[in-house]
Design a protein around this ligand. Structure first.
Ligand code: HEM
Length: 465
């Protein structure tokens, strides 16, 4: 439920400089240790439109839906930070993939890829996702054992889902190599982007060498996967098949091998830790809200009657869906979205020079007290009934505008399905005292999330179904 909708005329904002910048470093020290919390604190202290410094680089922080809308709906004025001649940040790893590409290259890729993620196709993947989930849980204990890191479990599980839906295989032992290489390279890329004192890449530091080795490892693996698919000539109903056969509706061109490499890595990078962390936060919230957990278990038991969830079942789990949506509100796994200003412009009365970097904090938007009653509380009920609204940029876990998440439906289906599938069989209980935020490409529980898995007694599968 939203407190109020937007007034007719857009509000005007006063840009506030965050105090406390020190020579050279600016606000780098506070920002680096806990970026998401720090941006939240600055926002609560100083307002919706702020300016701060990371080293000598100026950043703008927007935390109001009007400002978010103005930036996100215009991908030509507010561009992704990527220059193909001088790649930086995640583009170092993902090249010209959909997340990092800009301009005409992005438009072409989006035209080719968007149809792959249409709802009917995702619906056909539900059984495959469920099968991966069931297989994963077959390794879970029959009795409550010692605690495990549920965040790591969710990461492996969602990697299994993306591997199966993309390659029709679990990728066996390759998967650990891939996940490690992706983590090492992405972290290096992000650190190098946010730290003005980072040494150039041509200096062979241990970090640079690890980065290069990780990149080589991923490139080799993808080349092998592509070659073996082409050689086998087999037909598979998976995302790789869809990617290999996708054509630009305007030119009828497909993706080149380099473009395929970039997109495969992009799906891997974007498609597992986001959903995994969304699930981890949901388990954490359920474990710390007994009433919500009881209601969630009741719904799952009643609707599924003990069986593996199907695409149709997902339509009958409104409370479980509300739990997932509320979890993405409080802990959006992509908490920050960045853009660069292409030409000088003014937004909500705030002047932005060319080249300025703007951060939209989805984390702050989702907790804005002008739009959310009890913004810091976990209240899945707010998503039930007719007054639920995703409009007006107050709730944007999947981004907004033309560059919104292409995999949002995939992620929503996967998240709901895995919640129901696991919740049907297990009661997850928190086994640690404190949970802190960590922003490492996505928003995750720092150091993992220790939980115990208590098997549940579920009703027998109904003979009628
Ligand atoms: C809970 C899970 C997920 C969340 C919270 C999430 C969130 C987001 C957000 C906020 C953006 C916009 C970033 C920006 O504007 O700069 C985005 C973009 C994107 N996401 Fe997701 N995502 C999720 C899952 C997925 C999955 C499962 C896939 C693919 C299998 C995926 C693929 C992408 C791609 C390719 C883009 C770039 C789209 C473009 O720029 O055209 N995401 N995601």
């Amino acid at each position: 439920m939203l407190v109020s909708l937007m007034p007719d005329s857009p509000p005007s904002f006063t840009l506030v400089d965050v105090p406390g910048a020190v020579p050279l470093l600016g606000h780098l020290r506070e920002y680096k240790t806990r970026p998401v919390d720090q941006l939240w604190t600055w926002w609560r202290q100083h307002g919706d439109a702020l300016r701060f410094r990371l080293g000598l680089k100026t950043r703008y922080l927007f935390s109001h839906p009007h400002l978010a809308e103005a930036v996100l709906k215009d991908p030509d004025q507010f561009v992704k930070v990527y220059d193909p001649r001088r790649p930086s940040g995640l583009a170092l790893v993902l090249g010209n993939g959909l997340i990092t590409a800009s301009g005409d290259v992005w438009r072409r890729h989006r035209r080719i890829i968007q149809p792959i993620f249409h709802r009917p196709r995702i619906a056909t993947m539900v059984d495959q996702m469920a099968q991966v989930g069931e297989q994963w849980m077959a390794g879970w204990p029959a009795e409550e054992g010692p605690s495990v890191d549920i965040a790591a479990e969710m990461r492996q599980l969602t990697l299994g889902v993306i591997s199966h839906t993309m390659f029709s295989t679990s990728m066996g032992h390759h998967i650990n190599r891939m996940i490690h290489a992706l983590q090492v390279s992405s972290q290096y890329a992000i650190d190098s982007d946010n730290n003005p004192f980072f040494l150039p890449r041509w200096i062979p530091t241990p970090g640079t060498r690890a980065f290069r080795s990780a990149m080589r490892s991923m490139d080799e693996l993808i080349a092998v996967l592509l070659a073996s698919r082409r050689q086998s000539g087999e037909q598979h109903d998976d995302l790789l098949h869809a990617l290999l056969h996708a054509r630009d509706e305007e030119t009828r061109d497909g993706l080149t091998d380099q473009e395929l490499r970039d997109e495969i890595l992009t799906f891997y990078a974007a498609g597992h830790s986001t959903t995994a962390n969304a699930l981890s936060w949901t388990w954490y919230l359920l474990a710390t809200h007994a009433d919500a957990k009881a209601r969630f278990h009741e719904e799952v038991d009643r609707v599924l009657e003990g069986r593996t969830p199907s695409a149709e079942d997902l339509e009958h789990l409104p409370y479980t869906r509300a739990v997932f949506e509320e979890s993405l509100r409080l802990y959006p796994t992509v908490p920050l979205v960045q853009r660069t200003v292409a030409t000088p412009t003014t937004v909500g009365g705030v002047f932005l020079p060319q080249g300025a970097r703007v951060l939209i904090s989805l984390y702050n938007l989702h907790r804005h007290p002008d739009f959310w009653p009890h913004p810091e509380q976990f209240l899945p009920e707010r998503w039930l009934g007719s007054d639920r609204s995703h409009s007006h940029y107050t709730y944007r876990p999947f981004g907004a505008g033309p560059r919104a998440c292409v995999g949002s439906h995939f992620a929503s289906v996967e998240g709901l399905l895995l919640l129901a599938l696991i919740g049907r069989r297990y009661d997850l209980r928190l086994a640690q005292e404190r949970v802190e935020l960590q922003f490492m490409v996505t928003l995750r529980p720092k150091g993992g999330l220790r939980m115990t898995r208590q098997p549940r007694i579920t009703p027998p599968v109904s003979a009628a179904k």
